[in-house]
Design a protein around this ligand. Sequence first.
Ligand SMILES: NC(=O)c1ccc[n+]([C@@H]2O[C@H](COP(=O)([O-])OP(=O)(O)OC[C@H]3O[C@@H](n4cnc5c(N)ncnc54)[C@H](O)[C@@H]3O)[C@@H](O)[C@H]2O)c1
Length: 249
Amino acid sequence: MEIRGKVAIVTGASSGIGRAAAVALGREGAKVVVADVDDAGGAETVRQVKDAGGEAVFVRADVSSPAGVEALFAETEQRFGGVDIVHNNAGIMTGGNPNWPDCSNAKIAAVVGVNLAGVIMGTRQAVQAMRKRGGGAVVNTASIAGLNPMPMDPIYASTKAAVILFTQSCAMLNETEQVRVNAVLPGIVDTPIIAKTGDGTAPAKWLEPALAVANMLRPEEVADAVLDYIRDDSKAGEYRVVTNPPQSA
Ligand SMILES: NC(=O)c1ccc[n+]([C@@H]2O[C@H](COP(=O)([O-])OP(=O)(O)OC[C@H]3O[C@@H](n4cnc5c(N)ncnc54)[C@H](O)[C@@H]3O)[C@@H](O)[C@H]2O)c1
């Protein structure tokens, strides 16, 4: 799909990978809806998209809320007349204070709600909007955490594994709806989510060994993979691991 002139929603775009994807899409000529619960970060992303020569608006949206997702798409339709590209990227880890298995039921519901229900509802809404325009592209941010057991945050890992299978299960939407759904699976990326594994200011102790050898990705490297999936009309129901070799390799 040619990106120029298209309308794109990026969730979790007030920070990290979502911000990098929003800026990249804006630079390539898409009109970008920066969707997030963080107003200040959203305003900064809009500024960065405009600096890159693009067009963007911030829409406050909680992707774990059915009403929030519906309102996001309704506002996008009102402002831009529809949507062609959706990057379901918002995500949270279980984090400290306390971590699994002592975390609250509310925290479990939040992680499942944002990481899994948010992606499923965002995709459903995307298909309903895109069929009015003859199709579109959805990219979900999963994680390599969805490929292997993750004893220290099994809630996060299981939502990411589910996003991978959900994405693969959406392959047929390319034939039935002309909507291509794919997923990126980043390794460790240098974003604020890393500190949120701990107390919000520093990473959790359990992550330190992995961080010690990690050759962290920049969010822009993940955004490149997202844009590749948007451009490549041959890809549907697929996922791509985006990692760097460890420092010792
Ligand atoms: N950073 C990594 O190492 C890494 C690795 C693999 C996958 N990921 C995934 O990448 C995605 C982006 O994470 P990031 O690393 O950029 O983290 P980040 O914390 O920098 O950004 C996440 C964004 O999601 C937003 N968000 C949280 N809850 C929301 C909600 N209910 N509704 C809307 N927005 C909400 C946050 O406000 C934040 O702006 C996540 O899905 C994450 O799981 C990250």
